[in-house]
Ligand binder design. Structure first.
Ligand SMILES: Nc1ncnc2c1ncn2[C@@H]1O[C@H](COP(=O)(O)OP(=O)(O)OP(=O)(O)O)[C@@H](O)[C@H]1O
Length: 632
């Protein structure tokens, strides 16, 4: 059986998108930041005002401490000292309250931006999916939207974090410099010069930082992708002797990841040095220059105040900026770049192909190629097949050769890697997904019966079928006694209580009643005895349209108009007699069927053929063969 999830695209590493120059990534993020601020100017002004108030403790910290020392502690006036410390405490409380007030303003900036991003991403992704055609890949579009929605949330969080961080840093540093200038103008260069130097180094190293982080990011994605695809294709890799090559490639990916992680770790060390330069060097300079500064009129309180500015205010601000901006800015930049690609609308002129309806039950497969993974051997390789409306084709071949896969591709459950499927003259991808069940019906090896009435199960694909048409189908398929045993059309089914043969008959009737002109039966009668199978086959022959039967016995192949023999090399098509004469593999298969396998078909009455696949146990097989209703 084919894997319905194969319709989803194979995961690819994000190298193509993240391998852009750092400047491009930064542009996307900057556009995002500018866009958010320009759409919410009033909120940006409010955020600035609240952040100013939030920075007030940074402004007064050194000054109040200097006053407490000079006019309080040094003069043995504890009350004065307490007063100034109290002032500082009050301003700190006001700052904390202001900090709380910044969040609504921040939300007013980032939440509308999140909504705009979401709208653009969903519209862009869906428009591009629609432009590709009414059916193809619409599942992948839905998956993409779900994944991108998570990235939008991540962008919202990173954007809020970055805005807050940069705002607070700028205002806090301004407050520290202003405060230092107020109490000791001579100390300003000692604080500002190392800070400016550190910020310059940070800015100069920024492109390399982004590059290294991006390399680590890509190495991680490549490793994850390679792990998933190797595990996925493990059986094929071992089967075709490529295990060593796969191992080498895995080790290369692990090495690349290790190198990138080490480079990142070195970067973290450099960042720590920048923090030391911007925040610890001023402290050292102040301490070293203190005697000179005091000689030039600075008081002891002023020295304590400047030290407080540097230690309690500047150092945390610099550390947060240097360490916070790096990783979080890259996350924002990469996500913003992806979202801007996802928001792209289809190029003008790529109007969606209008959905079309197949005109009949004909089918045309051309150059059809399909593999279950990017590195797997194709199961179908350049298959061509033409079926006229009304044809009855039997598909045969050794077990595992690709018969079910072909059925799944023909039914549009699996998308081919190359080639095309036309149903009723219309490319599969131009048939709207909602219309596909009206064009074709596929009965898989294990039929599906749900808990509901017999009628609901029979009419699932054609809910408005009148009772007399249902009764006629029941009669045609020779399942009147089965329906009677189940308690009539309105009886409620318990799927677990049905034999495999009964479940098969119900599924066959559902396909029979469906409006589809192309019926694909994938060993759909394997639990019926030969008489019941023949009767079902005759019923489908009388039904208008095309029938493709994946045969598990000789009889359906013998009776079909044509037989398609899949042999893994060059598929052959012809009548039973022609293939018997010209294709040794077909003669082998027929010989295998004719020789018979004990415990399979002869367990059911009236059997004329044998199963080619591995036999089920005798007890299993006999329990699943429903007694064929009497032939008319
Ligand atoms: N979902 C899947 N993922 C990977 N490989 C698969 C998947 N389904 C089938 N295959 C492989 O594809 C090949 C063809 O399988 P398929 O079921 O189409 O063969 P088949 O001719 O119908 O076999 P059978 O007669 O036993 O039902 C086999 O090698 C099978 O193992």
């Amino acid at each position: 059986m084919g894997d319905p999830t194969a319709d989803a695209p194979h995961p690819q590493p994000e190298t193509d998108r993240t391998a852009r120059p750092p400047a491009d990534l930064t542009d996307s993020a900057m556009r995002l930041v500018r866009g958010s601020l320009s759409h919410s100017r009033a909120a940006a002004v409010r955020l600035t005002l609240w952040t100013l108030l939030h920075a007030a403790p940074a402004l007064v910290a050194g000054k109040t401490l200097a006053l407490a020392v000079d006019h309080g502690f040094l003069l043995h006036r504890p009350r004065t000292a307490a007063l100034w410390l109290g002032v500082f405490a009050l301003v700190t409380l006001a700052g904390a309250w202001a900090s709380r007030q910044t969040y609504p303003s921040l939300a007013e900036i980032v939440e509308p931006q999140r909504d705009r991003l979401l709208r653009d991403v969903v519209t862009g992704t869906l428009r591009r999916a629609v432009a590709r055609g009414p059916r193809r890949r619409d599942d992948s579009a839905a998956v993409a939207v779900a994944q991108l929605t998570r990235q939008v949330e991540a962008v919202r969080d990173s954007l809020a974090g970055q805005l807050m961080l940069v705002w607070q840093f700028v205002l806090t540093v301004a407050a520290v410099v202003a405060g230092t200038a107020a109490i000791a103008p001579g100390a300003v260069p000692l604080v500002a010069a190392p800070l400016v130097l550190a910020l310059t180094v940070f800015a100069v190293l920024a492109p390399a930082t982004v590059r290294r982080q991006r390399t680590a990011f890509v190495a991680e994605e490549v490793l994850a992708h390679r792990t998933v695809s190797t595990l996925h294709a493990l059986r094929d890799l071992v089967a075709c002797g490529a295990a060593e090559k796969a191992e080498r490639e895995m080790l290369d990916a692990i090495d690349a990841h290790l190198r990138a992680s080490r480079a990142l770790a070195r970067l973290a060390a450099v960042r720590r040095m920048i923090v030391a330069l911007g925040a610890h060097a001023p402290l050292l300079l102040i301490v070293l220059a203190a005697p000179t500064l005091v000689r030039h009129g600075m008081t002891s309180g002023d020295v304590v105040g400047v030290v407080a500015y540097v230690l309690a205010t500047l150092e945390p601000a610099v550390r947060l900026l240097i360490q916070g901006v790096g990783a979080s800015w890259l996350r924002l930049a990469v996500a913003a770049e992806r979202l801007s690609a996802a928001s792209r609308h289809p190029a003008p002129g790529t109007d969606p192909q209008p959905a079309r309806t197949p005109v009949d039950g004909s089918a045309e497969l051309s150059d059809l190629t399909f593999a279950y993974g990017p590195d797997a051997q194709p199961v179908l390789d350049g298959l061509d097949l033409s079926l006229a409306d009304g044809d009855h084709l039997a598909v045969v071949g050794p077990s595992g050769i690709g018969k079910s896969t072909m059925a799944d591709v023909l039914a549009g459950i699996l998308a081919p890697d190359r080639g095309q499927v036309l149903l009723g003259g219309v490319p599969l991808e131009h048939i709207a997904r909602g219309d596909l069940h009206r064009a074709r019906v596929l009965l898989p090896q294990d039929p599906y019966v749900f808990a509901g009435s017999v009628r609901e199960n029979l009419c699932y694909l054609a809910p408005d079928t009148p009772d007399d048409a249902v009764a006629a189908a029941v009669e045609q398929l020779g399942m009147a006694r089965t329906v009677q045993r189940l308690g009539g059309l309105d009886a409620i089914l318990t799927p677990a209580e049905l034999s495999s043969g009964e479940a098969e008959l119900i599924a066959l009737a559902r396909a029979y009643l469906s409006p589809a002109r192309l019926v694909i039966l994938d060993e759909a009668t394997r639990h019926l005895d030969a008489v019941a199978e023949h009767r079902v086959e005759q019923a489908f022959r009388r039904r208008p349209g095309t029938v493709v039967t994946i045969a598990h016995r000789i009889a359906p192949a013998r009776r079909a108009d044509r037989v398609l023999l899949l042999d893994g090399v060059r598929p052959l098509t012809g009548t039973h007699d022609a293939l018997l004469a010209s294709a040794p593999l077909y003669a082998d298969l027929v010989g295998h069927w004719d020789t018979g396998v004990p415990g399979t078909d002869e367990a059911c009455p009236g059997n004329t053929g044998r199963a080619v696949s591995a036999p089920a146990s005798a007890s299993d097989r006999s329990s699943s063969c429903p007694s064929a209703d009497p032939a008319p």
